[in-house]
Design a protein around this ligand. Structure first.
Ligand SMILES: O=C(O)C1=C[C@@H](OP(=O)(O)O)[C@@H](O)[C@H](O)C1
Ligand SMILES: C=C(OP(=O)(O)O)C(=O)O
Length: 446
């Protein structure tokens, strides 16, 4: 059998330094938040530049089954108009399929609180391993009834909403441990203003991963006219009761985390890669990426050409190891940074990312497996990953596993820039957030 019959994608090798501009589609995190917030409103909202990928299709299908219309523009398929149910009540007696999407499995259950009957939730079998309990405990504290059909605290489950969501004017106080994922907090905050009396959410855990993603949720609530407040030090978030309404048209920023493999390629292969429409300020954790790449030795510029702001990353093929490197804020980009650090001049311990064991796959274990597979040196730490560079001559090509994880696939492609002959299993798994990845990657190298 040849490579294509075995569903193996030959990762292109970088035989010369790069000079490329890569247009990255809309942010997954912003797209799926805007879809939820638009569904909670009372007037239609037009979303421009929406990501069209497996995770956003799953979100739109979930909303449709709850009675929300998501109308795709016939000319531009990244423009989508969301029309909430006319009486604001979601349809119950329905099923939601979450695939492997954290934003669907942790954000849509909140909507089921306001459905007119029970809602069944299921997902990919691999999603059964992802933690769900804190967000569902939170909904239970608000009066929902959760019935687990498999293991307690995991998919699949049914949410039966309270007959009437408590009408008392007192604020509902909810306590959960969100150290396993920031999405538990975000999922509850998104519906907080629909809770009569509002929501006071306490996070009881010691650590708060992906704080920028929680700040993104709060900022998007503000952008929907909701009064929300964060006391991050005390780990308490409050949302005032009131209407949710995004503006008539909302434009989605490019996905800065999905820019990471491309911009990181400039460090690995040398040369320059630019991503246009880089926002001046952003709530995306990917906004931290240029600073991280600079610490690894890249030159970073933000030129404005014909009114468009670019992030431009230039590398000379050398990568600085970072020693102890706290990545609590942006664990999502750990696989991309790990690929760069395999080629560094000194070890790096990426810390604060123990919760990556509950991502699409156990990413810490997967990264150790795949770095070891090509002859590199990595080991799991209780709260992260240590990567120790090895001489380039020790690195060898291999058939890389991707674990149905889009970021493990792009990680393997990054290694392939400098390890000639890497074959990647199931590159199509990048469809979770970047369906055109293989073409984009090949064009970057052309
Ligand atoms: O809220 C979001 O949009 C996300 C939050 C983060 O989740 P964790 O806090 O579980 O890492 C991130 O990794 C994920 O890709 C998207
Ligand atoms: C962790 C991720 O996704 P999810 O939204 O499914 O949690 C990710 O995209 O890196």
């Amino acid at each position: 059998m040849n490579a294509s019959q075995e569903n193996l994608w030959p990762a292109p090798f970088a035989s010369k330094s790069l000079d490329a501009t890569v247009v990255v589609p809309g942010s997954k995190s912003l797209s799926n938040r805007y879809l939820i917030l638009a569904a909670l409103g009372h007037r239609p909202v037009r979303l421009v530049g929406l990501l069209r990928s497996r995770d956003t299709e799953l979100m739109m299908d979930a909303l449709r089954s709850l009675g929300v219309r998501c109308e795709i523009d016939e000319q531009v398929d990244t423009t989508v108009t969301v029309v909430p149910p006319s009486d604001g009540r979601f349809h119950g007696g329905t099923k939601v399929f979450c695939g492997l999407a954290g934003t669907v499995m942790r954000f849509v259950p909140g909507l089921a609180m306001f459905a007119d009957g029970p809602v069944d939730f299921d997902g990919d079998e691999q999603a059964y391993a992802r933690p769900m309990k804190p967000v569902l405990d939170g909904l239970e504290q608000l009066g929902a009834c959760i019935e687990y059909h498999g293991e307690e605290g995991r998919l699949p489950f049914t949410i039966t909403p309270p007959q009437t969501v408590s009408q008392c004017a007192e604020t509902s106080v909810v306590s959960i441990d969100s150290s396993g994922s920031s999405q538990f907090i975000s999922g509850l905050l998104l519906i907080g203003s629909r809770v009569p009396g509002g929501l006071e959410l306490h996070h009881t855990g010691e650590k708060t991963p992906s704080l920028p993603h929680i700040r993104m949720t709060v900022a998007d609530l503000h952008g929907s006219g909701v009064r929300a407040n964060a006391d991050e030090h005390a780990r308490v978030w409050t949302v005032q009761p009131g209407a949710v309404q995004l503006p008539e048209t909302v434009t989605v920023e490019p996905d800065l985390s999905n820019a990471a493999p491309f911009l990181g390629a400039a460090l690995i292969a040398g040369g320059t890669v630019r991503v246009p429409h880089w926002p001046e300020s952003t709530t995306q954790p990917g906004g931290l990426l240029p600073g991280y790449l600079e610490r690894m030795g890249a030159e970073i510029n933000f030129p404005v050409i014909d009114g468009v702001r670019y992030c431009e990353v230039t590398g000379d093929g050398r990568v600085s190891g970072l020693g102890d490197f706290d990545l609590t804020a942006a664990g999502e980009i750990a696989p991309s940074l790990a690929a760069i650090l395999v080629f560094a001049d000194a070890p790096t311990r990426m810390l604060g990312i123990g919760h990556l064991r509950g991502h699409e796959t156990n990413r810490l274990e997967a990264l150790v497996n795949e770095i070891t597979r090509v002859g590199g040196d990595a080991r799991e730490l209780p709260d992260g990953l240590e990567i120790t560079p090895v001489p380039a001559m020790n690195l060898r090509p291999a058939e890389m596993e991707t674990y149905a994880d889009h970021r493990m696939a792009t990680f393997a492609a990054m290694l392939g820039l400098k390890i000639n002959g890497i074959l990647i299993k199931n590159i199509a798994t990048t469809a979770k957030t970047l369906p055109d990845f293989a073409n984009m990657w090949t064009s970057m190298l052309a």
